[in-house]
Design a binder for this molecule. Structure first.
Ligand SMILES: [Zn+2]
Length: 220
């Protein structure tokens, strides 16, 4: 397996953690060393770039930008939309292959970025699991998240929209955290907690626990 594949950090669904208990997390090794030619940290003014892929409301991305900027103390931009990712569609599964879309996002690296987060509104999969909320690749500092499974099923149109935004913010911060070198966190109130369900995402919120915050700050 290549360095790039090994450095992918995914959020796998399917492990149910009892409420209020620290879960028995899947054992994940710390991310491997980043290849020397990619090791340099981005410039202090390199932005976080949000990349809509296919049909994603730009207004939604504009709403999550301020929280990302505040959390990571970085400017952020919204890239022009990429086309609907038909190339990634798997007709047998009726889903889209996450790695194929992530690869396309990585090729955008025309200018330096602190992190690039692709946002799609299609159901993502990797071969091993039924679906994923998102995945990140530390070596190219890029990630992808899907809106599809974060969308609330009940509530008023306004409350559904607000909850979706909260979930998106949490997932985007989680992915940038992975790109910044944080691992999944066993604290279920920490944004770096491994979400198996949207309920996990709702519970963990968008803040770092003290340990993760410390690691994050020491990295900046
Ligand atoms: Zn944590």
């Amino acid at each position: 397996m290549s360095d790039i594949n090994r450095s992918r950090r995914r959020q796998f669904p399917g492990t149910e953690a009892p409420a209020d208990e620290l879960p028995d997390l899947p054992l994940e090794p710390l991310p491997p060393e980043i290849p020397a030619h990619l090791e340099a940290k981005p410039a202090a003014d390199a932005p976080i770039v949000l990349v809509p892929v296919g049909s994603v409301e730009e207004a939604v991305l504009e709403r999550i930008r301020p929280t990302l900027e505040e959390t990571f103390r970085r400017a952020s931009t919204v890239h022009k939309p990429l086309p609907v990712p038909k190339y990634a569609f798997n007709p047998t599964r009726g889903q889209y292959h996450s790695a194929a879309i992530l690869k396309r996002i990585e090729t955008l690296r025309a200018t330096e970025w602190d992190a690039a987060i692709g946002v799609v509104d299609v159901d993502l999969f990797v071969p091993e699991v039924p679906f994923i909320f998102g995945e990140a690749d530390r070596s190219t500092r890029s990630a992808i998240i899907s809106v599809t499974r974060l969308r609330p099923e009940s509530g008023t149109p306004e409350s559904k929209k607000e909850l979706l935004l909260k979930r998106l913010v949490a997932e985007a911060i989680h992915q940038v955290g992975l790109i910044r070198g944080l691992a999944q966190c066993p604290n279920n109130r920490c944004v770096m907690f491994y979400s198996a369900t949207v309920q996990d995402t709702d519970k963990k919120g968008a803040s770092f626990c003290a340990n993760c915050r410390k690691r994050l700050i020491s990295d900046v």
